[in-house]
Write a protein that binds this ligand. Structure first.
Ligand code: PEP
Ligand code: MG
Length: 546
């Protein structure tokens, strides 16, 4: 039997299942305002202690943040407004839930990364109720190397686990930016999120986890284990054996770059031999900003990334605020469909001056740095938007201007859009969600949100052909570029550069070094003519091997 989800951290391991099932209090919990506040205080102290004792920096930060929420005076205020002191209540759960509801709704309405933090908040409420009920908090301790399976892993779970014993993490819920995914990548162990049915696997069952493909095999055969382990080992050996600029076996140069959100990512990209930054996600610098940073402050932030690249190319993307990455000072409005709303370049409709000041700051930072700075706009739909962006960017002294192609409209009209700019970059994460009309964060739709889908590949082919005809560079900077086999397909379709998380670069470079362009073309033709994402992947595997 096999289960599938979203692979968020690569690697293949085999081991016994350790299930984490949370205590759910379904009976009334009596109490008073004082006992509730004491329980909340105890939960905060417990979280603080866990934060102190865990080594993993990211888990420490989340636990400390949770403790701060538990100690937030407005929570105590909300509880005091709902429970009258010195009164005995037969059930305090409704008051606790209501007190947390305000915080919960605020996070949910922000969407994306913030909405995924709701699990952290819910855990504080749940721990408070469990403590008041006198029940034991679920024992999550690991005593031997195991594959951890849970509905979702909360920060406190990961603090309580002895992570040295965790071989892999598999959770039923969560998306690529959930706590589980972040922790697994930090530990360098395989992980799968959105894996429906995983909790039905009995404790101690032997399973194989393939964090690259997002597959769990229950009681795998020796053959299945060998095939997946060998493939993974081969990718790693190839990765270690090739260095220098990207190149196919026939000598065709392939520009390989890194994606970055800050200076540390840029340094990681340079360290693994990236020839530059193919996507600098500037909005990530602003996710916690209540007010817009001044032009001077922005210049310093951009300079840090440019200077880390030491004269290499940096493709800066202007603010892609909105949808799954809301920026507090820009995305205050409620939207019915944030992914289809005012995000990316569309923000010029409501905050034109913010994007203008950003272009100004990028222009100044570029003029002060040795980096070769190119600039592109996200969420461009039409040739008119492309022209508007190009003229605005050029007026700030930026000479290489481009657009992201990540909507079906931009792909269908790529010839007209590209005529307005110098280059394009395919945002295959969004292009996939919009071509397939499937939310990229919804794990139930993972068969539809795969960039292997021939419908997505055909949209990419339209754009690549237009770029080729105009002799303009077109890269891919979505997650698809980080999948070695899919990267080969993209090159066969005609893209000229690939940009990915720095951690993926060595494997992609190693894999491509063993293929020639003719093989990439053949793989691309098969994928474009497939009938589904799975069909495309299988046909390409038959051509390229593992
Ligand atoms: C994309 O959509 O593929 C992309 C690279 O941008 P982001 O993931 O930041 O939306
Ligand atoms: Mg995008």
């Amino acid at each position: 039997m096999s289960l599938s989800g979203i692979g968020v951290s690569p690697g293949v391991v085999v081991g016994e299942v350790h299930r984490i099932v949370h205590v759910n209090v379904t009976v009334p919990v009596p109490g008073t305002l004082a006992t509730v506040l004491t329980a909340l205080n105890d939960v905060a102290s417990d979280l603080e202690q866990r934060a102190e004792h865990i080594d993993l920096e990211i888990a420490k930060e989340v636990l400390s943040a949770q403790a701060m929420i538990a100690r937030d005076p407005s929570l105590e205020e909300a509880l005091s407004g709902l429970l009258v002191s010195d009164t005995n209540y037969a059930d305090v759960r409704p008051a606790i839930n209501e007190a947390f509801a305000g915080f919960r709704n605020a996070l949910l309405s922000l969407g994306g990364y913030f909405a995924e933090r709701v699990a952290d908040l819910d855990e504080i409420a749940q721990r408070t109720v469990v403590r008041l009920s006198g029940l034991e908090v679920a024992d999550v301790a690991l005593t031997k190397p195991s594959i951890v399976i849970a509905e979702d892993l909360t920060p406190a779970d990961t603090a309580a686990l002895d992570l040295n014993f965790a071989l892999a993490l598999v959770v039923e819920k969560g998306g690529p930016t959930s706590h589980t995914a972040i922790v697994a990548r930090g530990l360098g162990i395989p992980a799968i999120v959105g894996c429906a049915g995983a909790l039905e696997i009995a404790a101690s069952t032997q399973v194989l986890v393939d964090g690259r493909d997002g597959v769990v095999l229950v009681e795998p055969s020796d053959d299945e284990i060998a095939t997946r382990q060998n493939r993974e080992a081969l990718l790693r050996v190839r990765a270690d054996s090739v260095s220098g600029p990207g190149r196919l076996a026939d000598g065709t140069p392939i520009l390989l770059m890194g994606n970055a959100g800050n200076e540390s990512d840029a340094l990681s990209a340079v360290a693994v031999g990236a020839e530059g930054i193919g996507l600098f996600r500037t909005e990530l610098l602003f996710l916690d900003r209540q007010t817009e940073p001044s032009v001077d402050d922005q210049v310093l932030m951009y300079r840090a990334v440019f200077d880390a690249c030491d004269g290499r190319k940096v493709i800066v993307r202007t603010l892609d605020a909105g949808s799954d990455k809301p920026v507090p000072f820009l995305n205050a409005m409620d939207e019915e469909n944030p992914a289809l709303g005012v995000r990316g370049w569309r923000l010029t409709r409501i905050a034109d001056d913010v994007l203008d000041r950003q272009l100004q700051a990028i222009g100044i930072a570029a003029s002060q740095s040795a980096a070769e700075v190119w600039v592109m706009a996200p969420m461009i739909d039409t040739p008119q938007e492309a022209a508007q962006f190009a003229s605005r960017a050029r007026s700030h002294g930026i000479s290489q201007v481009g657009v992201m192609i990540e909507t079906p409209a931009a792909a269908l009209l790529a010839d007209k859009v590209l005529a307005e700019v110098d280059f394009a970059s395919l945002g295959t994460n969004d292009l996939t969600q919009y071509v397939m009309a499937a939310d990229r964060l919804d794990s139930r739709l993972s068969d539809l949100t795969s960039s292997w889908h021939p419908a997505v590949l055909r949209a990419i082919a339209l754009a690549a052909q237009a770029a080729q005809e105009q002799g303009k560079p077109i890269g891919v900077c979505g997650e698809s570029a980080a999948n070695p086999k899919l990267a080969a397909v993209l090159l066969g379709i005609g893209v000229t550069s690939l940009s990915m998380a720095p951690s993926a670069l060595a494997e992609v470079r190693g894999y491509l070094a063993g293929l020639d362009l003719a093989a990439c073309h053949k793989a691309a033709q098969a994928a474009l003519n497939a009938t589904s994402a799975d069909d495309a992947r299988q046909q390409v595997t038959a051509i390229l091997g593992d």
